[in-house]
Design a protein. Structure first.
Length: 234
């Protein structure tokens, strides 16, 4: 499955490289000029889910709740908006279809475990965020093995493996890190993200990894038509 990615800041879709959010500029997409138009066009083109990062909420500056909620009425949203507690999940109740628990904003393993105990794991997504080949996490006492333990214990439907260093670069992915992680979490559907190229999709599909978060490649119109049509058939 190809899962389109949009980052939203100040109610606009934006794009940038390597997670340097201060440098992000308005997104130029073949699918439209604003978030609702883009979401509608992606839905019409066969997308089943859309990944949204609310950059304002992640930075605790503001939020884009209204526009994200409108998008969720068009196509189910997997939302990363800095979730770290049950209160955050409750605040998202009418905004998205899937809540992303990203290591970047993870402050407490106890809080994450409470979330898993209270909510349907099929509607929770863990995002393992990698930067400079290391786990990007808000609490340095949390390591990769802790996150893997929680994934295997609660079995969320999807787990994202996101290489933030490669976002927007189209440089491909770090195969060694991804293969190391995917082997340890067999009970969840892994979604690969960050710098994905057409060749990466072909490579990982052969290894039975079939879900990809695609931003730059898709919005620029450079996603292989053959690969896209195969994903729609699946």
């Amino acid at each position: 499955m190809i899962i389109p990615v949009i980052d939203i800041m100040h109610n606009e879709c934006v794009s940038g490289k390597s997670g340097r959010r201060s440098t992000y500029k308005k997104l130029r997409s073949i699918y439209g000029d604003n978030p609702l138009d883009i979401a509608t066009a992606l839905k019409e083109d066969g997308a089943q889910l859309i990944y949204i990062a609310d950059l304002d909420k992640i930075e605790r500056i503001d939020d884009n709740n209204n526009i994200i909620s409108s998008i969720n009425n068009i196509i189910p949203v997997m939302l990363d908006n800095g979730i770290s507690s049950i209160e955050d999940i409750e605040n998202n109740k009418n905004i998205c279809s899937y809540n992303i628990l990203a290591t970047e904003t993870m402050t407490s393993l106890d809080n994450i475990e409470e979330i898993f105990k209270k909510y349907d794991s099929n509607k929770l997504v863990v995002s393992i965020d990698i930067k400079n080949n290391e786990l990007l996490v808000n609490n340095k006492d949390i390591d990769l093995e802790d996150v893997i333990y929680l994934i295997n214990k609660y079995k969320p439907k999807y787990t994202i493996i996101l290489n933030i260093s490669y976002v927007g670069t189209k440089k491909g992915v770090n195969t060694n890190i991804i293969e190391e992680i995917t082997k340890k979490i067999p009970h969840t559907k892994c979604c690969i993200a960050g710098g994905i190229r057409n060749s990466d999709i072909e490579t990982y599909t052969k290894k039975n990894i079939n879900n990809f978060l695609i931003g730059t490649l898709l919005h620029e119109g450079n996603l292989s038509y053959k690969l896209y049509m195969e994903s729609k058939k699946k």
